[in-house]
Design a protein around this ligand. Structure first.
Ligand code: SF4
Ligand code: SF4
Length: 325
């Protein structure tokens, strides 16, 4: 290894360690000061609200977030050079069977082979609110943040819609809408392509002492919300009594969402893949930040992120501290 390479690697290791420490310290400080929240999703209790045209959790989410949904102007909906395409869901706001910028949670229905039988499983899906979210840590514009209470939140006033967050999320959760956001105003226009949208765990509501609207709406007790460690314990208790399985505790390095099922998640994932349903549920999926490529990108972004964070803080200050949620 030559001197130049040695220096490069040392710098990378140093910045990487300081990045990791910063992230951990942030979470630890947050844990000390503020309760971290999480959710427990019991798949044995969810019936997909099959007697209704729309699951109640989905309906409640859409209603609660309606005023946060994008409102692009028709004349802004076009590809800006060098883009060849743009993502527009504004004419498809009625779509409820997948994630879109206008639909932040949905319920998958899949047939799974288990114990010699075909079993129908319903799976509410949305952002997992990961412990060390690559979406937030690798956002070149610092538009996403892991809040001390646990939610990972996108600031639509800062997001350029470059979709890096979707690329590095194991479940490709954030969804882009063109024709809105800063990219329309700031040169070069090809810096992004709109704004990314996803579940924010009803961040505004929970900071006021409430619970997420989807949880409140569920008539079957399939969704629970509370201090994260209590949700984890609850998931373990339930899995223990069922002889069942947990998803979300280890995936992507840990998340704030704990699914419990009586059927192994390997079987559920296999069925989702066979049915070409997105997103799948890969068991034990790793965190992009733990890969050499992920670390390298974090290292490269570190100085830029610092500068952008300062700019974003100044911008937010000028905006007069807009309220979240
Ligand atoms: S599920 Fe995806 S979008 Fe949500 S916090 Fe994790 S990495 Fe980010
Ligand atoms: S989680 Fe509750 S509200 Fe949502 S589909 Fe399942 S039963 Fe219905």
């Amino acid at each position: 290894m030559n001197r130049r390479e040695f220096l490069r690697r040392s710098l990378a290791a140093g910045v990487g360690a300081s990045l990791a420490l910063t992230g951990l310290q942030r979470v630890r400080a947050a844990e000390g000061a503020v309760t971290q929240f999480g959710t427990f999703i019991d798949l044995t209790r969810c019936d997909g609200c099959k007697d209704r045209s729309l699951p109640l959790c989905v309906d409640a989410c859409r209603e609660a977030n309606w005023d946060k949904f994008p409102q692009p102007r028709k004349e802004d909906l076009k590809p800006y050079w060098p883009q060849k395409n743009y993502e527009d869901w504004s004419e498809k706001q009625h779509v409820t069977d997948r994630l879109t910028p206008y639909n932040w949670t949905f319920v998958q229905e899949v047939e799974v082979e288990h114990g010699g039988q075909r079993v129908t499983v319903y799976i509410p899906r949305r952002c997992m609110h990961c412990d060390n979210p690559p979406c937030a840590n690798l956002c070149p514009f610092s538009a996403q943040e892991k809040k001390p209470q646990g939610p990972v939140v996108i600031d639509p006033h800062v997001c350029f819609g470059g979709a890096k967050c979707r690329e590095v999320c194991p479940w490709h959760i954030p969804q882009r809408q063109a024709g809105v956001g800063l990219y329309l105003k700031v040169a070069p226009k090809f810096a992004g392509g709109g704004v990314m949208y996803k579940c924010d765990l009803c961040y505004g509501r929970i900071t006021r002492g409430g619970i997420p609207d989807c949880v409140e709406a569920c008539p079957r007790g399939a969704l629970a919300f509370g201090p994260k460690e209590e949700m984890r314990q609850e998931a373990h208790r339930r899995a223990g009594s069922l002889g069942g399985y947990i998803y979300g505790e280890k995936e992507n390095g840990g998340t704030s969402t704990f699914y419990v099922s009586a059927i192994p998640f390997e079987s559920i994932n296999k069925a989702l893949l066979a049915a070409k349903q997105q997103p799948p549920m890969p068991v034990g999926v790793g965190n992009f930040l733990d890969t050499p490529n992920g670390l390298a990108q974090a290292v490269l972004l570190a100085p830029v992120a610092g500068l952008v964070a300062a700019g974003v803080a100044a911008y937010r200050g000028l905006q007069g501290g807009k309220k979240d949620g």
